[in-house]
Design a protein around this ligand. Structure first.
Ligand code: HAM
Length: 431
C-alpha cells in the first residue's frame, strides 16, 4: 500500500518549529494588543464572490491561485487566500461601524493559495494580520508601520528593510494609469513576458513589480506615480513619511511597489528580507479606502498588513533559545519509584514548573542523555536508593551541581525555583 502523504504545498509543523509559531502569535497578540488591536477569528472559507469583489477579478490570486469548489448544494466556496476580505465581510455583516468609530482587528491562521511551492512559498501558509477601519489620517498609516516594525524587532528579527510607496486615490490614479499605459504601449511587446503583455491594458501597474529582468529594463523610465498623485494624496504621503523620519525609521521609497491585490489606495508598504531567498517579502500591506464600500458597506477607510509566518520562521532559523526551556526532566531509574515520581512531578507542575517525566526503568546515563536532549534546566533523579531514603537528587544541568532534597520539601524547592524564574523573566515550558 502506498504511504499516505500531505497535500503538496501543505506541511506538518512539528516542535520546535511549531513553538516558533506560538511565539510569533503570542508576541503579535501582545504588541498589536498594545495598540488596541483585538483578535477576530473569521472562518477559513467564504463565498467565492467575496474574494472576486474584494481582491479583484483580474489579480493572479483570483485568476489562478484560489482553492475554489462547489459545496453539496452547488454554491461556490473558496478557502481564504488572505484575511482582509473576510474581516471586511465580518465588519459589514455585524454593522460594527455603527458601534465604534475606529475598529482594530488582529487575525491569524492559515491561508491558501495554489502557487508553485518553493522555499518560503507554500499552498497553505500562515499570516498574522491587522486591519484598522474608520480612520484616514496619515498618523494611522505611520502608526501601523511603526507597530509592524516593533513587532518584528520584538520577535528578534533584524536586517530587514521597509519599502514604501503611495498608489494615489480613485480620483488621481486614472490619470496616472493613462500616463503609464501610454508609456507601456510604446514598448515592443516581444521584449515583455507573457504576463506583462497581457497586463498592459488590464492591469498596467502590475508591470512595475514584474521580476523578469527584461520587463524591468523596459519599465525603467516609466512615469512614477508620486509625480501624478493629487494634492490630497501627496500631502497625506508626505505626512506619513515625515512621521517615519521623525521616528527614525529607515525606509526605502520604492515606486515599483504596487502590491498584488487590487484594493489598495494611497500608502502601501512591504518589509523585505535579503536573507531568505527569492520570496523575501515577509510582510506587506497598505491603505484600502474604497474596499468596505465596494463590498456593500459604508464608506469607511481602512489600512492593514499581513506578515507571512513561514518567512518569519525562516528568518528566525534555529533560534531555539527564543523558545521556553523546560524547568525539569524527571528521571525515574527504577519502576518501583514510578508512582512516587508521578506524584512528585505533579507537585512541581502545580507550582507552575514545566517538564516531562520518564516512564519505566532506565539507566542513569540514558536518563541524563534524555534530560540534556530536552534542554531542561534541572534533572530530578529518583531511583531505588532515593526512594528508600524518601529523597530526590536534583542536578543543575548547566553547572553539573547536584544536591539531595527530601521529597517532603519538594513543593518549597519548586516555589523558590518559580520565583527565581519570574525574577529572571524566563518563561518555562515544554517545547
Ligand atoms: P500579501 O502581500 O499577499 O498581502 O501577503 C502578505 C504576506 O503573506 C507576504 O508578504 C508573505 O510574507 C506571505 N505570503 C503570501 N503568500 C504566501 C505563500 N504562498 N507562502 C508563504 N507566505 C506567503 C495580503 O495578503 C494582504 N491581505 C495584506 C493586507 C492586510 N493588506 C491590508 N491588510
Amino acid at each position: 500500500m502506498s504511504k499516505l502523504q500531505t497535500v503538496k504545498g501543505f506541511a506538518d509543523l512539528f516542535a520546535p518549529l511549531s513553538g516558533l509559531y506560538t511565539l510569533m502569535e503570542d508576541t503579535a497578540r501582545r504588541v498589536f494588543g498594545a495598540y488596541g488591536y483585538r483578535e477576530l477569528r473569521t472562518p477559513i472559507m467564504e463565498r467565492t464572490e467575496l474574494f472576486q469583489r474584494g481582491i479583484g477579478a483580474e489579480t493572479d490570486i483570483v485568476q489562478k491561485e484560489m482553492y475554489t469548489f462547489p459545496d453539496r448544494k452547488g454554491r461556490s466556496l473558496t478557502l481564504r487566500p488572505e484575511a482582509t476580505a473576510g474581516v471586511m465581510r465580518a465588519y459589514i455583516e455585524n454593522n460594527l461601524h455603527a458601534r465604534e468609530q475606529v475598529s482594530r482587528f488582529f487575525t491569524c491562521g492559515p491561508m491558501f493559495r495554489y502557487e508553485r511551492p518553493q522555499k518560503g512559498r507554500m499552498r497553505q501558509f500562515h499570516q498574522l494580520n491587522c486591519e484598522c477601519l474608520g480612520a484616514e489620517e496619515p498618523q494611522v498609516d505611520a502608526e501601523v508601520v511603526l507597530m509592524l516594525l516593533l513587532f518584528l524587532e520584538e520577535i528578534g528579527l533584524d536586517g530587514l528593510s521597509a519599502e514604501i510607496n503611495t498608489l494615489g486615490c480613485r480620483e488621481c490614479r486614472p490619470t496616472y494609469r493613462k500616463a503609464l499605459t501610454d508609456f507601456l504601449r510604446r514598448i515592443d511587446p516581444a521584449t515583455l513576458c507573457e504576463d506583462c503583455r497581457r497586463r498592459v491594458e488590464i492591469n498596467p501597474m502590475r508591470l512595475l513589480d514584474c521580476k523578469v529582468p527584461s520587463c524591468r529594463e523596459q519599465t525603467d523610465g516609466a512615469p512614477q506615480i508620486r509625480d501624478h498623485v493629487c494634492a490630497g494624496c501627496s500631502a497625506h504621503f508626505d505626512t506619513v513619511l515625515a512621521i517615519l523620519d521623525k521616528e527614525r525609521v529607515d525606509y526605502i521609497l520604492n515606486p515599483r511597489l504596487v502590491r498584488g491585490l487590487d484594493y489598495y489606495s494611497r500608502t502601501t508598504f512591504e518589509i523585505v528580507s535579503a536573507s531568505i531567498g527569492a520570496q523575501g517579502s515577509v510582510a506587506g500591506g497598505g491603505r484600502y479606502d474604497g474596499l468596505v464600500k465596494d463590498l456593500g458597506g459604508p464608506d469607511v477607510p481602512g489600512i492593514g498588513f499581513a506578515c507571512g509566518m513561514e518567512r518569519l520562521a525562516l528568518m528566525l532559523g534555529d533560534k531555539e533559545s527564543l523558545l521556553p526551556r523546560p524547568d525539569f526532566y524527571f528521571a525515574v531509574l527504577d519502576e518501583a519509584a514510578s508512582d512516587t515520581a508521578l506524584h512528585a512531578a505533579q507537585t512541581l507542575r502545580k507550582a507552575r514548573l514545566a517538564g516531562e517525566m520518564s516512564f519505566g526503568a532506565g539507566s542513569l546515563k540514558s536518563r541524563l542523555r534524555q534530560a540534556s536532549r530536552s534542554n531542561a534546566e534541572y534533572c530530578l533523579i529518583l531511583g531505588g536508593a532515593e526512594l528508600e531514603a524518601q529523597k530526590v537528587v536534583v542536578k543543575h544541568m548547566d553547572s553539573g551541581e547536584q544536591a539531595e532534597i527530601p521529597l517532603t520539601t519538594l513543593a518549597d524547592w519548586a516555589e523558590i525555583r518559580f520565583e527565581d524564574k519570574m525574577e529572571r523573566g524566563r518563561k518555562g515550558g515544554c517545547r
